[in-house]
Design a protein around this ligand. Structure first.
Ligand SMILES: Nc1nc2c(ncn2[C@@H]2O[C@H](COP(=O)(O)OP(=O)(O)OP(=O)(O)O)[C@@H](O)[C@H]2O)c(=O)[nH]1
Ligand SMILES: [Mg+2]
Length: 461
């Protein structure tokens, strides 16, 4: 379903059909879907794009930064950015996002630079998309779709792919008619549909919507099954009493790099947005030997599409169920405070807003001293680290240990020598204050988690 819109030179009679097919694919999101499992997503790779933002509030700098981020997103998706424009207005135009006058200007710029796609910095209504498309005469996509497209390109696991597809369909459903309408009109080939599949009195659009809904229901069922497996794994870890730490943070902050540093996990690290989509969970140890799990997961971004948050809910459970969040911030970013705010917004949305948080300011070796000072001032517990050089990692390990939930049941036990396994568990999960040997076994005093205390009752002094 990728890039197959290229049509070879005419050579035989089948061409017209082929060409019609090709043209129809461009309009794949209108009402021409023949098989919704093969929905022609609007791939953004290899497109030449122009970016447009509407600057409604905040400073000119923040407007520029937002567009710079949009450009990085577009590049990550594989597009070439030819131009980027910001328009100052009190709010986006209800009809065409930028207003019809500006839209005509845009059309000229787009023509002059030879772009084939316009990317808008925001989420557009179905109507705005189609009206703007009619004026600029090229494909128009919004920020939400761009992010969905990157996720689609980066999804590797079956679960990840299903989650992204669900989010894309959710986004497309209300846009089936609007989006691509102008294109399909140009390409109008008249009829030639799948009438046979249509129920009595049902329009083509209704059929497509119904099929998409059915497909979405199937995806949701599949995802539930896959999520169950994860729940079982997590429950096992939980039963073992291992505290869970989840690494969260803005995309490209260095979460995977930090996981690799702390655990030798070997997770993919790339200078790309949303390199990680699937959660990786690794075992790690504090300096004193306590075991915990460390999970790396999908990065967040400003205005993370809610369709994605919904679809990735089972993946994000890894974050929800954590005892501690290790919030990684790219200190070298021009706006680290904005990144922190955006991440916290998503955390709240998924119900993880109350989990204790430890802030790690990463890339400290290239973070300006002023930024570092400001971050330390705002977040007194923040720790400067560099996953690249290893600076600050020992301090970070100590801080994680400090922040892990404490074993809180005091025990005084003598464990017989043939139960060395229990002694190891006490050391692994608890805090030992004294330990000595007697004729009967090892006598230990200290604090352990409740589940372990329950297993030690037979050996209480
Ligand atoms: N200079 C510098 N670069 C770093 C550091 N840590 C990570 N990076 C770079 O930052 C980029 C992103 O790193 P990742 O570890 O993939 O970031 P991530 O947060 O997992 O990103 P996503 O999975 O895409 O959300 C890579 O190019 C890393 O090499 C650091 O301490 N200093
Ligand atoms: Mg990553």
């Amino acid at each position: 379903m990728v890039g197959s819109t290229l049509v070879s030179e005419p050579s035989d009679g089948s061409l017209q059909v082929e060409e019609r097919e090709a043209l129809r694919r461009v309009a794949g999101l209108s009402t021409e879907l023949t098989d919704i499992t093969e929905v022609e997503y609007r791939q953004i790779r290899l497109e030449k794009v122009v970016l447009i933002g509407v600057w409604t509030s905040g400073t000119a700098l923040s407007a520029d930064l937002s567009l710079a981020e949009l450009a990085r997103l577009a590049e990550t998706a594989g597009a070439v950015v030819l131009d980027a424009l910001v328009q100052r207005r009190s709010k986006p135009d209800a009809g065409t996002f930028v207003g019809s006058g500006k839209a005509r200007e845009l059309a000229e710029i787009i023509g002059a630079v030879g772009a084939d796609t316009l990317i808008c910095d925001g989420e557009l209504t179905p109507g705005q998309l189609s009206q703007l498309e009619k004026i600029v005469k090229v494909k128009v996509v919004d920020r939400t779709w761009l992010i969905l497209d990157i996720f689609a390109q980066h999804a590797r696991s079956r679960e990840g792919k299903a989650q992204v597809e669900l989010a894309q369909l959710e986004y497309m459903l209300p846009r089936l008619r609007g989006w691509g309408e102008s294109m399909s009109r140009q390409a109008s080939t008249g009829g030639g549909g799948i009438g046979a599949l249509r129920g009595p009195g049902e329009t083509k659009l209704e059929v497509d919507r119904r099929r998409i809904r059915t497909h979405m229901a199937r995806l949701r069922r599949q995802l539930r099954t896959m999520a169950n497996a994860r729940v079982v794994q997590r429950a096992e870890r939980h039963r073992a009493g291992t505290p869970a730490v989840a690494i969260v943070g803005y995309t490209n902050a260095g979460k995977s790099s930090l996981l690799n540093r702390l655990t030798d996990a070997g997770v993919l690290v790339r200078d790309e947005l949303f390199a990680t989509l699937d959660p990786t969970v690794r075992r790690a140890r504090t300096t004193s030997g306590r075991e915990y799990t460390l999970a790396d997961t999908v990065g967040f971004v400003r205005h993370l599409p809610h369709q994605l948050v919904e679809a990735f809910r089972s993946t994000l459970e890894e974050v929800n169920q954590a005892d501690l969040l290790l919030h990684v911030v790219d200190g070298s970013d021009p706006d680290p405070l904005g990144q922190i705010a955006a991440v916290r917004e998503v955390l709240t949305e998924i119900g993880a807003g109350d989990i204790p948080e430890l802030i790690a300011v990463n890339k400290s070796e290239i973070t300006p001293e002023t930024s570092l000072a400001e971050l330390r001032h705002r977040f007194p517990g923040a720790i400067a680290v560099s996953a690249l050089t290893g600076d600050g990692l020992d301090t970070l390990r100590a801080a994680v240990e400090e922040a892990l939930p404490r074993p809180d049941v005091p025990v005084a036990v003598t464990v017989p020598f043939d139960r060395g396994d229990l002694v190891s568990e006490i050391h692994e999960h608890g805090q030992v204050t004294s330990s000595s040997y007697s004729d009967h076994g090892t006598t230990i005093r200290g604090l352990v988690p409740g589940w372990l205390a329950a297993r030690l009752t037979d050996y209480a002094d």
